[in-house]
Design a protein around this ligand. Structure first.
Ligand SMILES: Nc1ncnc2c1ncn2[C@@H]1O[C@H](COP(=O)(O)OP(=O)(O)OP(=O)(O)O)[C@@H](O)[C@H]1O
Length: 648
């Protein structure tokens, strides 16, 4: 369908390769100038990239683009060299030990693929055979209509959950997870056992839902849970009606009442307050706001009550939401907050049938695990489904599951642990000129390079919805102290940068993030504002007295980014963040991430680069590497991304 034409090299800019391939109708009807204005993104890979740069007219020499820039190593036709020209910093004994796990064959140069990543042993492996099997089962599912969901839920997917998107089809994780969670994998709905024999233990289903970042995992578990809640609600109402009818039909006398079975009285209004039937746990209040917003939008049509609990709200607001007299069906919270609530009121977990541990790789790691596990334990007596959801399966999680939940059903998508090929990763060597080891400067220059590049490609209709053509860049740092320091530096260089870390003011975080998550700009800001208004009205807070000079000095050092210098970079907004901003945040507006530090593991690479390339979008990552950095790891990640294989 596409034809090659050398006449279509754009005379207005130096990047020519991407314009050489065009559909035939473009060649005949449009001038080169029109093509330049309307060109698709430079990220359309052309098979001609290997031909090298064009020759200049004057010198006849090729135009050389510096490789030490965000666009330096792009459009390569061969995977980057492993080792990246440095000595392997891992000892011989470590290499020998790792050899036991090396199942992959050496490549054609005799080098073992992903050797450095294997040393880190961060991710559990999923065999390509298993991935292939899943791929085959997904082929026939291409519409939400094919799922055994309640009609109102199917309608609400596009109108409520996906903001009016038309022609929606389920993503791979939704195709894998929805039938499994509904219990309709074989096409028929399995009936849950109602009564239990004496001594029989109620079976709790356990699922691990693992899929690549930005692939719609939230909707994959939310839809089946809401379906189960609505069906249970309907069944309960029917049972009550039948019992009431039976009672009315039976002529009761004082004598035969002695032998009647005890009938549960109808529920008293307010009895379900503080006793949700589903709980979704997330690691941060930003994610609570994100998932809470999705539930809120679905609740308008599906009719259920949800409560968002996080430290962004005052205790009065939290209490009034959870113990609302109208009852609550779904609670979204962080484990710490829920745990402290359940300590004072254990009944909160007494009716939970569905428990979701989202971002399970974080919530079941060493720091969160004790608290998350204790919530699981306390909810277990009433639980019907425990759903763990994650973008990665670290080895630690794998081991935990084997010990704690050996019967867990793993719902894994074929592309798990692979960073999509539509995301490109380039490397900037900070030790080379002009940076000479100055990482801050390299970061600022990278942002300038991205900002100065042509306008961002925005799909039709996305412009207005996603905040216009302003470029949003996320910079990841490893240490949280660095976030505010770097923000100050970038602002000094005229870049509109904001910091987001645990040091940032809790309330401001959601607002800052809203600028990068697009679809939820209005909703998140409104919810935050609403939370504040509720907090203000319930507490009738008085404005705090202005701080004295000494108080100001002693106040915690929240980011004081300072003014933006006069050398400004218009149309670019930068968010400097730590791992806090890398988990689960749906940054659909972001096309570029800068990895200021080399991430510690492949897990961090997946999460951080996962902020771009979400739901089929394209994206770029730029990693800054210096003397002490694991260049071999970076090279292997790039190689894996180039080949489209899973990281290990
Ligand atoms: N079937 C679908 N079609 C189109 N867009 C979808 C579909 N399902 C979900 N989305 C959108 O995809 C985006 C990413 O969804 P979500 O945040 O659930 O991803 P995720 O897999 O949980 O990501 P992460 O691993 O980073 O947490 C959201 O903007 C959501 O609205």
């Amino acid at each position: 369908m596409f034809r090659q034409s050398s006449a279509l090299i754009c005379p207005f800019c130096e990047a020519s390769a991407a314009y050489r391939i065009r559909p035939p109708q473009w060649q005949s009807t449009r001038s080169a100038a029109t093509l330049h204005k309307r060109r698709p993104s430079r990220m359309n890979l052309s098979p001609n990239v290997a031909r090298g740069p064009p020759q200049t007219e004057v010198s006849g020499k090729p135009i050389r683009k510096s490789r030490n820039s965000p666009f330096g190593g792009m459009n390569q036709t061969e995977p980057p060299r492993p080792g990246y020209g440095i000595k392997n910093p891992i000892s011989a004994s470590e290499q020998k030990r790792a050899g036991r796990f090396a199942k992959d064959k050496p490549d054609k140069d005799g080098k073992e693929p992903m050797k450095a990543l294997k040393m880190q042993r961060a991710l559990a492996s999923v065999s390509y055979e298993a991935r292939g099997r899943v791929k085959q089962t997904l082929q026939d599912l291409d519409s939400f209509e094919q799922f055994d969901l309640l009609p109102v839920l199917k309608e609400s997917v596009s109108t409520q959950a996906l903001g009016g998107m038309i022609d929606v089809s389920p993503t791979p994780v939704q195709r894998v997870a929805i039938p499994a969670l509904l219990g309709t994998e074989d096409g028929k709905r399995r009936k849950r056992k109602e009564g239990l024999a004496e001594g029989e233990k109620k079976e709790m289903q356990q699922f691990l839902l693992a899929a690549e970042t930005g692939s719609g995992k939230t909707l994959a578990y939310v839809l089946p849970i809401l379906d189960a809640l609505k069906r249970a609600e309907k069944a309960e109402a029917e049972t009550e009606r039948t019992l009431a009818a039976q009672q009315q039909a039976q002529p009761h006398t004082t004598n035969n009442r002695l032998f009647d079975l005890e009938v549960e009285p109808p529920p008293v209004p307010g009895l379900n307050a503080g006793r949700p039937r589903a709980i979704i746990l997330l690691p941060t209040s930003e994610l609570v706001a994100q998932v809470g917003a999705l539930l809120k939008s679905l609740s308008h049509t599906v009719k259920f009550k949800s409560a968002m609990l996080s430290t962004a709200f005052t205790s009065t607001v939290i209490r009034s939401r959870l113990f609302h007299p109208g009852g609550v069906d779904v609670v979204v919270s962080t484990p710490h907050l829920l745990s402290s609530i359940t300590e004072s009121d254990p009944n909160v977990l007494s009716r939970v049938t569905h428990l979701v541990i989202d971002e399970a790789d974080s919530l079941l790691d060493r720091s969160f695990s004790p608290i998350t596990s204790s919530i699981i334990d306390r909810a277990t007596p009433s639980l019907q489904q425990l759903i763990l959801c994650s973008a990665t399966i670290p080895r630690s999680l794998d081991t935990y599951l084997q010990k704690r939940f050996p019967a867990v059903k793993r719902l894994v998508t074929p592309n798990l642990h692979a960073i999509p090929r539509r995301v490109q990763l380039s490397v900037v060597d900070i030790d080379k000129l002009p940076f000479q080891g100055n990482r801050d400067l390299a970061c600022a220059q990278t942002i300038y390079d991205i900002g100065k590049e042509g306008p961002e490609e925005v799909a039709a209709g996305e412009g207005e919805r996603e905040g216009g053509k302003e470029k949003k860049i996320v910079v990841f740092v490893n240490e949280r102290e660095k976030a505010s320091e770097l923000t100050g530096f970038l602002r000094g260089k005229g870049i509109d940068a904001m910091a987001l870390s645990r040091d940032s003011e809790e309330r401001g975080q959601t607002e800052v993030l809203a600028e990068f998550t697009g679809a939820s700009i209005g909703a998140t800001a409104r919810r935050l504002q609403q939370g504040r208004l509720e907090a203000a009205s319930s507490l009738q807070q008085v404005k705090p007295a202005p701080m004295t000079g000494l108080q100001r000095l002693l106040a915690p050092s929240t980011p004081a980014p300072g003014p933006i210098s006069s050398r400004s970079l218009p149309g670019v907004k930068v968010l400097v963040t730590t791992d806090l901003g890398s988990r689960g945040i749906d940054t659909i507006l972001v096309r570029h991430v800068v990895l200021y530090d080399v991430p510690h593991t492949s897990i961090d690479f997946i999460h951080r680069l996962g902020r771009v390339g979400r739901m089929g979008r394209r994206g770029r990552g730029v990693v800054l590497v210096g003397k002490g950095d694991r260049k071999d790891v970076v090279a292997e990640v790039r190689g894996g991304m180039f080949r489209g294989v899973a990281l290990i």
